[in-house]
Design a protein around this ligand. Structure first.
Ligand code: ADP
Length: 197
């Protein structure tokens, strides 16, 4: 018989990025997760090297091109010249440049990594975190309440968008990232009052 999946066991992976740590938002992020009945089941401060960070982000062309597409969308919306900042309008090359900036940013200072568990953990955490671009993120979300960064600004400064938090987008991505950042490490198990009993 296949194991019955318990929705309460869904796990996701979250990083408080260098800007989140440096803004003193570790407690605030955890508070927002816990107040939504989610459970932190693994937690650690870390400072990855370039190779570790590079292996966190997908390397497939589709993902990299998507980064380029998102960037292009903002440039079109605001009438900025993508060639001026990137030297090209090729979306794959733009995506590669952004990915490089992202890795540099993520190794620039210590971060906090955690595994978060609960019903629909992946989707709920993404909702709590808010849209990728802080200037577009709704108020009430972490990115919407504590940042106003935009790619238009970030890209003229040749850097990644500072958006405080990373959170897995799908259960498959969560599984990969948990294994990557907590290899062979214990994911804890406990009952939350009012949630599990
Ligand atoms: P999310 O982090 O919401 O899953 P993406 O997977 O699209 O978003 O992008 C990964 C990260 O890359 C973002 O969190 C952001 O820090 C950075 N980023 C995305 N697009 C751009 C861009 N156009 N310019 C600079 N940085 C970007």
């Amino acid at each position: 018989m296949p194991k019955i999946h318990n929705p309460k066991e869904e796990k996701t992976f979250l990083i408080i990025k260098p800007d989140g740590v440096r803004k003193g938002l570790i407690g605030e992020v955890i508070k927002r997760l816990e107040q939504r009945d989610l459970k932190v089941v693994a937690l650690e401060m870390f400072h990855p090297n370039r190779a570790e960070m590079d292996n966190h982000y997908p390397k497939d062309e589709k993902w990299i091109r998507r980064l380029g597409e998102k960037t292009m969308a903002t440039y079109v919306k605001y009438g900025y010249d993508i060639k001026k900042d990137f030297g090209t309008s090729d979306l794959l090359r733009v995506g590669k440049t952004v990915r490089g900036w992202l890795v540099e940013f993520m190794i620039s200072a210590p971060m906090v990594k955690m595994v978060v568990q609960g019903v629909h953990a992946v989707d709920i955490v993404r909702k709590i975190v808010g849209k990728t671009m802080p200037y577009e993120a709704e108020m009430g979300t972490i990115r919407g309440d504590f940042s106003a960064d935009s790619p238009a600004l970030a890209n003229t400064e040749r850097r990644a968008v500072f958006n405080l938090v990373h959170a897995s987008e799908t259960p498959e991505e969560a599984k990969y990232e948990i294994k990557h950042w907590f290899p062979g490490q214990k994911i804890f198990s406990y009952k939350r009052f009012g949630v599990d009993e």
